[in-house]
Design a protein around this ligand. Structure first.
Ligand SMILES: Nc1ncnc2c1ncn2[C@@H]1O[C@H](COP(=O)(O)OP(=O)(O)OP(=O)(O)O)[C@@H](O)[C@H]1O
Ligand SMILES: [Mg+2]
Length: 252
């Protein structure tokens, strides 16, 4: 009896989330459901509350009101570690990687496998990094390569390989295609599809509507700290979506 319920249950469910920064009411009662393996776009004008919302999900901010459930159980994260422990990984633009370290070190940063006496297991790191890069279709000769020598698209690939390696259940990508060349954008959108094929759910934040329309299953639009639309991607287009965002209201 429980089997079908488990399959259709959202992996993440937020209800009535409020967040204040002093007198700024940044989130005004946001409801959000993310289903397993679903790619959800998060759009909205500057200051709409997108980053604040994902920071609540990833444990950087605590909401003052509202509830959050993970796989059906109510959770309250008091740090990013708590969110990571359940399988929520956030990939920020650039700052997530250390350019002067190897790809392997970047993939394991802070979670290095160790051997006796706490020594880093470099061989395991090299092998497992190459495995994650290959599974993503990222062709790089060696995991010893310094991140500084990679293109923007390849760097996003390394950040995504990291979350694949740690078997994230929900991956949050904040503006992953910003400042990338056309060919790199295509690569990154392909990586996002790969995450889905690995069974992860994805939240994709972007101001570039064609990228959002290309890669998502559903799009949520925010304005002034609230959710104003939740639309199936195949039922909207660039004009419709930009109208909703610019107007800041939906429906009438
Ligand atoms: N740490 C903070 N302290 C005070 N105010 C904040 C803080 N973070 C965000 N805000 C405010 O909360 C509101 C929502 O900001 P948020 O960064 O979530 O918007 P956003 O949708 O991510 O915008 P953008 O597209 O520009 O990244 C804004 O009014 C912003 O000024
Ligand atoms: Mg933001």
């Amino acid at each position: 009896m429980t089997e079908t319920i488990e399959i259709t249950q959202p992996i993440l469910q937020m209800k009535g989330i409020h967040k204040w920064f002093g007198r700024v009411h940044a989130l005004r009662g946001v409801d959000l459901d993310i289903n397993p393996g679903e790619i959800v776009g998060l759009c909205g004008d500057n200051g709409a509350g997108k980053s604040t919302l994902i920071k609540v999900i990833s444990g950087y901010h605590a909401a003052e009101q509202g509830t959050m459930s993970w796989e059906g159980k109510e959770v309250r994260f008091s740090s990013p570690h708590n969110a990571r422990d359940v399988g929520i990984e956030t990939v920020y633009q650039e700052q997530a990687l250390a350019p002067n370290m190897s790809i392997a070190r970047n993939i394991f940063m802070g979670r290095e496998p160790t051997r006796l006496l706490g020594l880093m297991d470099k061989k395991a790191m090299a092998e497992e990094s190459m495995e994650a890069l290959t599974s993503l279709g990222l062709r790089i000769r060696s995991s010893n390569t310094l991140v500084a020598t990679l293109s923007g698209g390849q760097r996003q690939g390394v950040a995504i390989a990291r979350v694949i390696h740690f078997k994230a259940r929900l991956v949050i990508l904040d503006e992953p295609t910003i400042a990338l060349a056309v060919k790199e954008v295509r690569e990154v959108l392909e990586f996002v599809r790969h995450l889905k094929s690995e069974g992860a759910a994805v939240i994709f934040i972007s101001h570039t509507l064609p990228h959002v329309l290309d890669v998502t299953d559903r799009i949520m639009v925010m304005a002034h700290g609230g959710k104003i639309a939740d639309i199936v991607t195949s039922e909207t287009d660039v004009d419709d979506l930009s109208d909703i965002i610019v107007r800041g209201t939906y429906g009438d």
